[in-house]
Design a protein around this ligand. Structure first.
Ligand code: NDP
Length: 298
């Protein structure tokens, strides 16, 4: 079997077009663009790249981008005061504080300061609880993007066996919640799972969010399984390379011969994360302004 490639980049492009259309409609109705504020603390190189990419994508979708930078040694109080100002600012619909934060800051306390109605990353306890109990809220961008790709590929997920590998608050746990809501039979695996290959082998859907390069081998997969690879790992540079290759958590070459469909890295889940962030920001704008929007069509 040769797996179909799930083209997350193309899907994300179509989602961004739909977001741009609803953002333009919002601007006509509300007299302002939907606004996303991104806060970067310190000079972490990867975080700077992510923040720049998010700002560019926000503007391309016809939304307002507000970027705030604080020095790496800023006291936590300064960040909390900034978040409070953004919570109160009517031009800001979504607030994203780029993680990780410097060690003097308490991430949980900073996330807790974000107004749940503007928490477009879905990281607050309020939104995590809403997801867990099936209430509307904001769902973390990466797992929501994975769910969109799965539904696009498989249609109704009801009754399918899903194995999620990794139990972080930003990917694995919300992914398991979303698949449960979609009526899959879900196993949430982690570093203490016994005989992980046997657990993965029963899955119709595998979502890998571990952070270990090419850990999931081809012979762990049930033939025909749909594989979503969230991992982004940079290998050490091979001879003659200045930078190592990016790979996922799944052995892509091997898995492609067994799976029914698989996301590549790069070009799979990664582009979905930013597109869903834009989607969540547009949804926040409509909700905060009390303007009707068919969120399921987005
Ligand atoms: P975390 O480090 O927070 O979580 C990793 C999880 O993997 C943990 O639950 C851990 O288990 C589990 N794990 C570690 N080793 C093993 C193992 N040998 N067997 C089984 N489970 C294991 O990572 P994140 O969830 O934040 O990210 C996961 C990956 O996804 C990373 O590569 C990250 O870069 C990528 N990522 C990609 C995004 C995208 O946009 N494409 C967005 C976010 C993340 P335990 O809890 O027991 O320690």
């Amino acid at each position: 079997m040769v797996a179909d490639i799930i083209d997350g980049k193309a899907f994300a492009g179509r989602l961004r077009e739909r977001v741009a259309t609803v953002a333009a409609r919002f601007e006509r109705a509300a007299g302002r663009k939907p606004g996303l504020a991104v806060v970067l603390v310190g000079e972490d190189a990867a975080s700077r790249v992510y923040v720049a990419a998010k700002g560019k994508a926000t503007i391309e979708a016809g939304m307002a981008s507000f970027e705030h930078r604080l020095p790496a040694d800023a006291p936590q109080g300064e960040l909390l005061a900034l978040v409070a100002r953004l919570n109160a600012d009517p031009a800001v619909d979504g607030i994203l504080v780029q993680l990780p934060l410097p060690p003097q800051m308490d991430e949980a306390a900073v996330i807790a300061a974000i107004a749940p109605a503007k928490d477009v990353d879905g990281f607050t306890v309020e939104n995590a609880g809403r997801l867990a109990t099936g209430l509307p809220g904001f769902v973390p961008c990466t797992p929501l993007g994975c769910l969109m790709l799965l539904k696009d590929r498989l249609g109704d997920l009801s009754g399918l066996e899903a194995v999620v590998i990794g139990r972080s608050n930003i990917v694995g746990k919300p992914m398991a919640q979303l698949l449960t809501q979609a009526s899959c039979t879900v196993t949430l695996a982690h570093s203490r799972t016994r005989d992980l290959p046997a657990v993965v082998r029963r899955a119709d859907i595998v979502v890998a969010a571990v952070g270990r390069p090419e850990m999931i081998a081809a012979d762990w997969l049930k033939p025909g399984a749909t594989v979503i690879d969230v991992g982004i790992n940079r290998l050490p540079p091979a001879e003659g390379e200045s930078r190592g290759r990016l790979v996922g958590d799944v052995d892509f070459a091997g898995a492609s011969a067994v799976a029914g469909a698989i996301t590549p890295v790069p070009g799979g889940v990664g582009p979905m994360t930013i597109a869903v962030l834009l989607r969540n920001t547009a949804v926040a704008a409509y909700r905060n302004a009390g303007i009707a929007l068919d969120e399921n069509a987005l």
